[in-house]
Design a protein around this ligand. Structure first.
Ligand code: FE2
Length: 257
């Protein structure tokens, strides 16, 4: 492996630089270009401040990944995956069930994966001290939930459909309605973050975060599908969102923030 790496000599150090071609195992199916958002994307202004300015340093996988801090059995609260019953009353908005399965590269379902979500309320407002735009907070909605995938890799959340919200990226910038997803494997080093969107959102064409995933087919993999089969009569409508961790059909992931 060492002779496949390039070195970069600086005035005071020698840095080992990751070579994305030579260091990609042949058995690993690399996602096509544009499948994941770039770390620096011109239309998404704040990426200019948080992307690395230096080449990435190759960190070979070691046993630390499994001996380091690991998720033990996660104690789930009774209402952790139902965001509509976490307070004294019912939140305002469209009640929805969001469910799907988590798959590894070969389509193998992943059980025991911690799936966490966070989202704005139905008016598009986060319960967060930095979110000050004039939309109402909902005293019955916090917007955070979590769930462990079952033996079939399945997760389910009951929640309220989030509203779109404005953000300061450019004039008249609005985010399409979305739910943030975080997935944790067995170790804290195995965290992936993405956003789930809703079909037919009129803001798709104008959102630089959505469009920072340049491959249109990869963008489609971030959009949930309406499911009449999982819609609960007289109670909640339903959306499906399957997550593929790797490979050509991978769900686009972003830097955690
Ligand atoms: Fe958001």
């Amino acid at each position: 492996m060492t002779d496949e790496l390039q070195t970069e000599s600086g005035a005071d150090q020698v840095r080992v630089i990751y070579d994305p071609i030579a260091d990609t195992p042949t058995s690993y199916l690399r996602e096509p270009a544009g499948a994941h958002p770039p770390m620096d994307y011109e239309g998404y202004k704040s990426t200019a401040l948080r992307h690395p300015k230096q080449p990435l340093i190759y960190l070979p996988q070691t046993i630390t990944e499994i001996t380091g801090p690991q998720l033990g059995p996660v104690l789930m609260g009774e209402n952790d995956n139902d965001l509509t019953v976490q307070h004294g009353g019912e939140p305002i908005g469209e009640r929805i069930v969001v469910s799907g399965r988590v798959f590894d590269t070969e389509g193998k379902p992943l059980r025991g994966t911690l799936v966490e979500i966070w989202q704005a309320n139905s008016a598009g407002r986060y319960k967060h001290r930095w979110d000050r735009w004039p939309a109402p907070l909902d005293p019955n909605f916090s917007g955070a939930g979590r769930c462990i995938t079952d033996d079939e890799g399945r997760y389910t959340f009951t929640t309220i459909k989030p509203g779109p919200y404005p953000w300061g990226n450019h004039y008249n910038a609005w985010r399409p309605a979305h739910i943030h997803f975080s997935l944790l494997g067995r170790a804290f080093t195995q965290r992936l973050v993405t956003q789930m969107y809703f079909p037919g959102d009129p803001f798709f064409a104008y959102d630089p975060i959505f469009n920072s995933v340049r491959d249109p087919k990869a963008r489609e993999r971030m959009v949930s599908s309406f499911s009449i089969h999982d819609t609960v009569p007289n109670w909640a409508h339903a959306y499906h969102f399957d997550i593929y961790l790797r490979g050509p059909g991978a769900t686009p992931f972003e830097e955690a923030h």
